[in-house]
Design a protein around this ligand. Structure first.
Ligand code: DGY
Length: 347
């Protein structure tokens, strides 16, 4: 039986690709930019599995043209780049790299909160441009984190890690999520609020929700209008959680205090976007999970998910688990030859 054929849409950090090459016939897209649509379509059509990144759109059309495809392993915790409903309809398993990036993303979130609150990027700009004249009692005054209220929208693994760190900094934490989490509330001394109440009460608002039809533009002209004029918005989740036009309006009219965005809509954001005309905006290039160790862990877990799926085992991080039975039948019928050597679970 031939090895299963796998397509990986970019070179990956660490030893993940070596592990994959030991057990599959793997093709890696060698360029810095994502494979264009026609290439992705061509490769997916002849593969048993694809390992995708959040920049690769897997939609119904691609899935329809890929009758061999058994699994899409996404190297991300988010999976809004994949049409999940279509994948389930075609009995294609979708997996993600849940958990391994939560601490790293939370650290970056806190870094952005600090950077915006204490005007670190602005300060660097002032010094570099020669605008800094002298130490002054009113130069670049920022806001303290200690004693401030942090409102977290979306209380999954990353939201929890942010909470933990924020409490250590003396912040009060309130949150809004699809469901309240009483056990977490007891453990972390935090409070569940309605969305509007959270917007009204928070000094900092940090987004950690997945992008879905319900959460798209959760930050919009209405919610921005009820935020404090000093509040700072931080987004390390997905750009489309924020209506960026409304955000620009609110910032330029001084209706909120600032924004720190690791994610934008679209990505990359145009260099002439009006947001860049505002000094109280920080934008970074979707790097919240980008530490050496975490990106290697993500790559390993994505490979592990892919190999487990090709061996006919349901990976722990399968998203559309409800198709397990029909999917297993497809794997069995196809008889893909994975030796399924168990890899050690990434920490
Ligand atoms: C994810 O995993 O969804 C992140 O956005 C990648 O950093």
């Amino acid at each position: 039986m031939p090895n299963p054929r796998v397509f990986v849409t970019r070179h990956l950090p660490g030893d993940a690709l070596d592990l994959l090459a030991e057990q599959t016939d793997v093709t890696v897209w060698p360029h810095e930019l994502p494979p264009p649509r026609d290439e992705l379509e061509r490769e997916a059509a002849r593969s048993d599995g694809v390992l995708t990144l959040l920049t690769d759109r897997i939609d119904d059309d691609i899935l329809k043209k890929s009758p061999r495809l058994l699994v899409v392993s996404n190297m991300a915790t988010g999976f809004d780049n994949i049409d999940l409903e279509a994948a389930s309809r075609h009995n294609v398993l979708v997996t993600r790299t849940l958990g391994v990036l939560s601490a790293t993303t939370a650290e970056f979130t806190i870094a952005l909160i600090f950077a915006a609150a204490r005007r670190i990027v602005e300060g660097d700009r002032v010094v570099r441009s020669g605008e800094w004249k002298t130490w002054g009692p009113e130069v670049l005054l920022g806001r303290d984190l200690s004693g401030a209220t942090l409102g977290i929208i979306g209380m999954g693994g990353i939201g929890r890690e942010v909470t933990h760190r924020a409490l250590a900094l003396g912040m009060r934490v309130v949150y809004f999520s699809r469901r309240s989490k009483p056990a977490l509330e007891r453990r972390y001394r935090m409070e569940f609020l309605g969305l509007d109440e959270l917007c009204r009460e928070s000094d900092f608002i940090s987004l950690h929700a997945p992008l879905t039809t319900e959460t798209r533009h959760v930050v919009n002209s209405r919610t921005l209008a009820i935020m404090k004029p000093t509040s700072i918005l931080v987004n390390t989740a997905r750009g489309a959680l924020v209506d960026q036009g409304a955000l620009y309006q609110a910032l330029s009219e001084g209706r909120i205090g600032g924004a720190a965005l690791d994610v934008t809509d679209p990505e990359p954001i145009a260099p002439n976007d009006p947001l860049f005309s505002l000094p109280n905006v920080i934008v970074t290039p979707h790097i919240a999970s980008a530490s050496v160790a975490t990106r290697s862990r993500m790559a390993r877990l994505a490979v592990q998910n892919l190999l487990e799926a090709l061996a006919g085992r349901l990976p722990k991080h399968a998203v559309n688990r409800e198709i397990a039975r029909a999917w297993r039948q497809r794997v069995r019928k196809r008889g893909v030859a994975i030796r399924s050597k168990m890899m050690e679970r990434p920490a």
